[in-house]
Design a protein around this ligand. Structure first.
Ligand code: ARG
Length: 567
């Protein structure tokens, strides 16, 4: 499993040996920093926290420590003001990092399964409505988090909490019964159902009886009325055919497709528990849970008995705890729903479930187009399927220009086009929205998916020319003295930390940014060095290229992006 030199450990032990128990080992490790400037070394230990107990000037303390420290395993250790700066032994570090990757390949930085599950509520589009860019964000962020968590030992459970229940289905049934055209719906389900939905909502604004009958139909649905159920089932099936096409394009699968409707028969238990714990109160005829510190109570049941979004989420949370016994349960949903998830957690907490602490809303920001908010009404929309097709077409055109003889161009173009859209989404810190600019996404230059994929493919071509075999160099020591190769080694060494940070912060962008940095560092190296030139350094140079290729590919995989061998 994970085997690597841990320099922090090395520095910690060296410091502990001279600090006379003034600090514990874990305190020392936590104090160690990675200096911003490379000339300050690879690790820095600030001595401020020792100044009080030792009653000495920090600069003096740093000098004293350096004098006593064993330099074993380091190139040098120097005092700079109040810091002790550690410079790693470059050859030793390079050898241990490259050896680990040569031996472990894609398993480098993989942690053995810990038996714990992470439930990931992701994608979750609404039946009879278009799959929005928000749902795309949720899908790709959730999918990346699933692989990132798997990498550090968890078992992810991808759950698509389909929006397939609620009063809007009452609306839709009313609309269908008034204006529905079965054949048209069969042909273009989502756009036809959307038309019906828009039309009936406009009408409802004028005519209150529509709302009334929509409520009645939804109640019928909740009570299992055969006609209502049959229509609902049909709308759902037709919508899923369209959604499945999108998931296929994106290469995303789910472990559970239990949407809101699945919890229809599981809500009465929730209401019983709430009643039992005396958490329910009446408010204007509705049943609510009062929450301290919240502007509004959580609305559990309407005056007509209909349940709500949060009622279904309460049932879903309990069901997931019982079914998966998750260590964490995360919800990748736009930040506009923050209030909802705060309420959800608060109600679960009031119900006495300690595991409400393990529930995390992972919000993300809005996507704009040409700087403007998306709006179906104003015609500022991004339709997913044509957009994916366009991305693939653009990728294909670039490949055609760069590498006209490439076999299976269509497959590679798809990997590049779809990868470009995913990567662009993931490289932004998720709370920051971004402007949807297809041209920029698919560009081979700049901080893009194709740029990283291209660096990976370039490495594969170098390795192929050299007929490089990792088995042949395992066990060798590697020593390169240029700054460019050292920068790569440091990045490769940091990979496990980057994955941990991405998981802890639920932030796939940490991996995407890292992949960009690594690709850039490699391209810099490539520009400075003739990797294939015969010399005593050749094996080290090729090993470095190989290790970079492994880690680039693995970074892309964690983001759900393919890494073609050639492009
Ligand atoms: N269907 C909802 C929407 O599109 C998202 C559902 C998120 N998941 C959940 N468990 N509430 O807004």
């Amino acid at each position: 499993m994970m085997k690597m030199t841990n320099d922090k450990q090395l520095a910690t032990q060296a410091l502990a040996a001279v600090l006379d128990n003034a600090l514990t080992e874990s305190e020392i490790t936590n104090l160690l920093e990675i200096p911003k400037k490379p000339e300050m070394g690879d690790l820095a230990f600030p001595v401020f926290s020792l100044a009080k107990t030792l009653r000495k000037a920090p600069n003096m303390i740093a000098l004293d420590i350096v004098e006593k420290l064993s330099q074993d395993g380091f190139e040098k250790i120097v005092a700079t003001g109040p810091y002790v700066n550690f410079f790693l032994d470059k050859s030793a570090t390079m050898t241990s990092v490259l050896s680990a990757i040569l031996e472990q390949g894609e398993d480098y930085a993989t942690v053995a399964p810990n038996g714990e599950k992470v439930a990931i509520d992701m994608s979750s589009p609404n039946i009879a409505k278009p799959f929005s860019i928000g749902h795309l964000r949720s899908t790709v962020i959730g999918d990346a988090l699933a692989e990132i968590y798997r990498k550090i030992g968890y078992t992810p459970v991808r759950i698509n909490h389909l929006g397939d229940w609620g009063k809007q289905f009452g609306m839709l049934i009313v609309a269908y019964k008034k204006y529905g055209d079965e054949a048209a719906i069969r042909q273009h389900p989502i756009s036809e159902l959307l038309k019906l939905y828009v039309r009936i909502n406009a009408e409802a604004a004028e005519d209150p009886t529509i709302d009334e009958s929509a409520r009645e139909w939804f109640l019928k649905l909740e009570n299992g009325d055969a006609e209502a159920l049959a229509l609902w089932q049909w709308f759902r099936d037709e919508s899923l055919v369209e959604f499945d096409r999108i998931y296929q394009e994106l290469g995303v699968t789910f472990d559970s497709m239990n949407g809101e409707a699945f919890y229809n028969d599981k809500m009465s238990e929730i209401i019983d528990i709430l009643a039992d714990k005396q958490l329910l109160t009446e408010s204007e005829g509705a049943t609510v849970v009062e929450l301290e510190g919240f502007e509004n109570p959580a609305l559990i049941k309407k005056s007509d008995g209909a349940t709500l979004y949060i009622t279904r989420d309460l049932a879903a949370a309990l069901y997931r705890k019982r079914t998966y016994d998750f260590a964490k349960s995360i919800y990748v949903v736009g930040q506009e729903q923050s209030g909802h998830f705060k309420q959800l957690k608060a109600v679960l907490d009031k119900m006495g479930y300690a595991w409400s602490e393990d529930i995390y809303h992972v919000p993300f920001g809005l996507v704009t187009k040409a700087g403007k908010k998306l709006s179906t009404r104003k015609g500022n929309v991004i339709l997913l399927e044509p957009t994916i097709q366009e991305a693939v077409k653009r990728a294909q055109a670039q490949i055609e220009a760069k590498n006209p003889d490439l076999p299976n161009k269509a497959v590679v173009a798809h990997e590049v086009g779809v990868g470009a859209i995913k990567f662009y989404d993931l490289k932004n810190e998720r709370l920051n929205g971004y402007d949807f600019n297809l041209e920029e996404m698919v560009s081979f230059e700049g901080e893009t998916g194709p740029y990283v994929q291209y660096a990976h493919a370039r490495i594969q071509s170098i390795l192929k020319k050299a007929d490089f075999k990792p088995e042949a160099v395992i066990g060798q020591s590697f020593s390169l003295s240029d700054d460019e190769s050292w920068a790569i080694v440091k990045l490769l060494q940091a990979f496990p930390d980057v994955i941990n940070r991405a998981a802890r912060l639920f932030e796939p962008s940490a991996i995407a940014k890292y992949a960009i940095n690594l690709a850039q560092a490699f391209n810099k190296y490539y520009a400075h060095t003739r990797i294939l030139e015969e010399s005593s350094e050749k094996a080290a140079r090729l090993s470095l290229a190989y290790a970079t290729g492994v880690v680039l590919k693995e970074s892309l995989r964690l983001l759900g992006v393919e890494a073609p061998e050639e492009m």
